[in-house]
Design a protein around this ligand. Structure first.
Ligand SMILES: [Zn+2]
Ligand SMILES: [Zn+2]
Ligand SMILES: [Zn+2]
Length: 165
């Protein structure tokens, strides 16, 4: 059975099996009986309410398009089964309105490039330890794009200093 995608108070993934479904903003999620109550999907609720408005460069604050965010979250979830990755993924790219025709792979490439601050330069990648064209994260650690794409499917932190990217 699939695992429930609800979140516990400690922000961990619920360990129950998912026999039920709940729908948030037209996206359907497999959940356990406990998490069928929408209010108990507290991680997402918090994530969404924390981001009621967003600032876009050169514009005033605009309301967060929650439905769009949840759809991207759902797409991230389908492909990674990781609640933190999905949430970061949705938050990073939901304001890019030109990605409607992108498949997940292309969206994830965009997500990765957002997380890489500058580059490329020729240097040693912190993951594969090869001399490659590498890009620097905000915390100033350097990785090649292939390694970083793989890494960001499973984690939201820098592989070297564990800072959240
Ligand atoms: Zn659950
Ligand atoms: Zn590498
Ligand atoms: Zn780092």
């Amino acid at each position: 059975m699939q695992r429930c995608c609800g979140i516990t108070r400690g922000r961990a993934r619920c360990s129950n099996g998912a026999r039920y479904e709940t729908t948030i903003c037209n996206a359907t999620f497999k959940v356990c009986k406990h998490h069928q109550n929408k209010r108990l999907l507290s991680g997402w609720e918090r994530e969404i309410s924390r981001r009621e408005t967003v600032e876009l460069p050169g514009q005033d604050e605009v309301p967060l398009d929650v439905e769009r965010w949840v759809h991207l979250f759902h797409e991230g979830w389908d492909n990674t089964k990781n609640i933190y990755v999905s949430s970061n993924f949705a938050t990073a790219i939901f304001r890019h309105h030109d990605i409607a025709n992108y498949n997940f792979d292309k969206k994830h490439k965009l997500y990765t490039s957002i997380k890489l601050n500058s580059g490329p330069i020729l240097d040693t990648c912190g993951i594969c330890l090869e001399d490659r064209r590498v890009y620097r994260t905000e915390c100033d650690h350097a990785f090649c794009k292939n390694c970083m794409r793989e890494w960001l499917l499973r984690a939201t932190t820098c592989p070297q200093c564990r800072r959240i990217l």
